[in-house]
Design a protein around this ligand. Sequence first.
Ligand SMILES: [Ca+2]
Ligand SMILES: [Ca+2]
Ligand SMILES: [Ca+2]
Length: 308
Amino acid sequence: MTKSTLFLILLALVDVAASSKKDTSNREKRDAVLIRSKRRWVLSTIDLEENMPGPYPALVTQLYNDKKEDNSVKFRIKGDGVTQGPIGLFTIEENSGIVYVHRPIDREMYPIFHVDFDVLDRLTGDTLDKTLSFNVEIKDKNDNSPQFTPSTIHAPVPENTPEGVLQATLQAHDNDLKDTPNSQFTMKVVSQDPASPKLTLKDLPFTTTVKQLAFTGCFDYDKARQYKVLVEARDQGTPTMSSTATVILDIIDSNTHPPEFSSATYNTEVMEMELKEILRIGIKDKDTPNTPGSRAVFSILKGFKMAF
Ligand SMILES: [Ca+2]
Ligand SMILES: [Ca+2]
Ligand SMILES: [Ca+2]
């Protein structure tokens, strides 16, 4: 029994007391009554798929009620998609009981419809039977690709980060029917520039919708200061659908270069008792200017006095 199938339930006759084993003709009579009375609403099915191509209006099903046989009855439909939003989606031909749908349905917006059918006396409008109520679940189509939130990520990466995970997580969600291939997806790195070090996605415990960016090798600020990584999420529906997220890694320079003196020795002279600048010593540091990695601290390791 599929969920998308509507069942018009056979309503059993309450009046089943008139049994008599001793009288076969009575039993036959009773069975005939049962058969007629059971067939008040006749079993029927409705299969409704998301995004049905049409043309519209499209025939959905036809209702039968044995009270219809004398043509003195009419059918009525009410509920979701009829008297409640989205209004005008379903109609019924009141004499024939044929049900129509008038436009495509987006399951992600309207996954289920609760509708009621009545059979009425055509002249008086009185209801002639119990209201037939049921839920119509719309059969899902794979019409959504998994989407990343956010779809662009900027992550700073210190140059000297040890091999392993990065502080960059990727999260995606697919709006199609939960726990089915239409909404289940996988994620992977599809491209990266530059190519090295190699970036991959690492699983996280207890979730399949969030992954962490990881790498093998090492970053070198002098070789590449920014990485552009494309990550794809692809669902398992038919046909499959996918989307990508962009991760920008900004490599942050670390203290990987020692400061170097521009000259090995410096000579200067100073007059006795004179207080003035006597020497300016320059250094070079290949690390980023104005960062702790490039700020040099000087100290005099050794000196000596000259006597005059
Ligand atoms: Ca949809
Ligand atoms: Ca869908
Ligand atoms: Ca999907």
